[in-house]
Structure formats: structure tokens, C-alpha cells
Design a binder for this molecule. Structure first.
Ligand code: AKG
Length: 309
């Protein structure tokens, strides 16, 4: 762990050794608000997911045809007018295609992820059906994700943990996720409108809490509490696509809000997304579980002025 600037730490604390000690893992989660696991997932598994996500952009001509697909270099001319739909990095039509891909939906149920959350929650796990991928194609309309708490967008129990999964190496210069250490203890903060994924930015007054940045490698997993402040760094390698998924998990015994059960941004219905899938228990898996639904609180979305003393 090194200090880049006074309030920025580079390098997450690795919690891999705590997976064998549930009480210690839960204590660290409660104090830090995030957990990081180096190489939790086999590289080959993440590479298969990467190939799938890259396929979505390659078949639309958005990658440079002169370089290997895995380099994820953009075709700058082709992406010049591309509009990032709702912070996904790609168009609505391409994102719908991505969401139909079984590998992408199945990946959230990777045994190593389920095992991690069983240990963290000490209970049966409910993976949120609403899954999100970010295919951050660097184009003129692209904006980094503003600082926010997921609870504003997700609601339900505050004990939802986001799994942010770099789908490939994501060095800081490529615009990975950074978190504000311990900020889940600040409570639910007010927001104002902003550009970038979610379109809301948290009003954060002066704090001594440090931001932690990381040079992610393929296979790494970052997970954090629903109230932990986070944002993406700017992409300073403007010719390379940044790939990541954000999946969410909670204990099956806690409240969930209904929008977490529908496809992200209602890009399609589940029937439409499943249309070409073979028969599999993955389809509508959550309907086999007893869910505790809680109502949406629209007042959390009201935009507020920045109020700091
Ligand atoms: O990947 C990003 O840029 C945003 C991800 C995010 O905000 C999240 O996972 O909650």
C-alpha cells in the first residue's frame, strides 16, 4: 500500500486470507466498508466473459480491425458519434444484445462469488437479478462515473454488497473504480444531478477519509457496502475500452426492492432476454426464493443543494 497524494492510497488491503475466518471477514467488512480479493476468480473464466463482452463491440465495428480483439483498441472513427446509454458505455441496442448473453448472466453465479457472499452474510445468498455491465468505449460523449452510494439507486436493505469485477486488467490509468474508505458509516448522503452512470453525484463535505485506488488485474474482485462512496477514475488511455461488471448480492433473508428484480434500465423483459437460451434453472432463479419486498423511496432521489458548514 503506498500513498500517492495525502488523501489517496494506492492498493486495497487483500482479504483473501480471511475467507477461512468468517468472523474476521465480517469484522473487516464492517470497519472498512469494502473487501478486496486478489485473484479470487480463475483468469480463464474471466477471459471467457471478456471475449463475450468484446464480441458485442467488435461485431458493431467499434474495435480497431487491425489489432487483436483482446487488445480492446477502439476504432476511433466508428465510435465518434456513439452515445453511451445510461452509463453503460454503449448504445441501448448493443446493451440489449449484451444482456441476452447467457455467459454474462451466468457469471454472477460463479461458485467462488456465491461462496464469498455466503461467508460474508452467514446465510443463503440472493444474487440480484438486475445485472450490469460497463463497456466503457472511450468516445467524445463518455463521462466517468460520478461519486455516489449505490443505496440511492438500489434501496432495499443497506446490506446489499456490490461486486465490481474488472473484466481484464484495469490499471488506474484505464479508469477503474476507487472507493472512499469507511464512508459507509456516513449514512445516506444527499445528491445533485451529474453526468455519467446514475446521473447523480453525492454531496460530500470535507472529510479526512482516504480514497483508495487500485491497479486491478483480471481475476481480482472488489466488493463494497451499499452506502460506501465510490466513483470511477478518468480513462487516460483514450484508445482502450474499459470492461467491468457490477453484480449485487444480499442475504436472502433481507429486504429487496422490486426494481432489482427486472433487467437493468428495463432494456428488455426477461422473456425477451431469455428467448434464445436453452432450458436452465438459471432462468427466473429468484422466483424459487421467498423474497421480502420493500417499497421504493423516491425522496432519496430528490436533488439537493450542496450544504456544508
Ligand atoms: O464501473 C463504473 O464506472 C461504475 C460502477 C458503479 O458505480 C458500481 O458498481 O456501483
Amino acid at each position: 500500500m503506498t500513498h500517492a497524494t495525502p488523501n489517496v492510497i494506492v492498493g486495497f488491503r487483500d482479504s483473501s486470507d480471511l475467507l477461512a475466518d468468517p468472523a474476521a471477514l465480517q469484522a473487516r467488512a464492517a470497519s472498512d466498508g469494502y473487501l478486496f480479493f486478489k485473484q479470487l476468480l480463475p483468469k480463464a473464466d474471466v477471459q471467457a466473459l471478456r471475449n463475450e463482452l468484446l464480441d458485442v463491440v467488435a461485431i458493431r465495428g467499434w474495435l480497431d480491425p487491425q489489432t487483436p480483439r483482446d487488445a480492446a483498441l477502439v476504432n476511433a472513427t466508428a465510435v465518434h458519434d456513439l452515445e453511451s446509454w445510461g452509463g453503460t458505455g454503449i448504445t441501448e441496442e448493443a446493451y440489449r444484445d449484451l444482456q441476452t448473453r447467457e455467459l454474462f448472466q451466468r457469471f454472477q453465479h460463479h461458485p467462488r462469488l456465491i461462496q464469498l457472499y455466503q461467508t460474508l452474510f452467514d446465510s443463503a445468498v440472493l444474487p440480484h437479478p438486475r445485472t450490469i455491465a460497463r463497456v466503457m468505449v472511450p468516445c467524445p460523449s463518455f463521462r466517468p462515473t460520478p461519486m455516489h452510494q449505490d443505496f440511492i439507486h438500489i434501496q432495499g436493505t443497506k446490506q446489499v454488497w456490490t461486486c465490481w469485477l474488472p473484466v481484464g486488467d484495469v490499471p488506474r490509468a484505464l479508469g477503474g473504480l476507487t472507493v472512499l474508505h469507511g464512508s459507509h458509516n456516513l449514512g445516506v448522503l444527499t445528491v445533485r444531478s451529474a453526468e455519467g452512470a446514475g446521473n447523480l453525484e453525492t454531496n460530500l463535505c470535507d472529510t479526512d477519509l482516504p480514497w483508495i485506488e487500485h491497479d486491478y488485474e483480471m481475476g481480482d474482485v472488489l466488493t463494497f457496502h451499499s452506502c460506501l462512496l465510490h466513483k470511477s477514475l478518468p480513462n487516460q488511455i483514450p484508445e482502450v475500452v474499459r470492461l467491468s461488471c457490477d453484480y449485487r448480492f444480499q442475504s436472502a433473508t433481507q429486504d429487496i426492492e422490486e426494481k432489482s428484480l427486472v433487467p437493468h434500465m428495463r432494456v428488455a423483459t426477461w422473456d425477451e432476454l431469455y428467448a434464445d437460451w436453452p432450458a436452465t434453472p438459471l432462468k427466473y432463479y429468484w422466483q424459487q426464493q421467498q423474497l421480502r419486498l420493500s417499497p421504493w423511496d423516491e425522496s432519496l432521489h430528490w436533488q439537493k443543494e450542496r450544504i456544508c458548514d
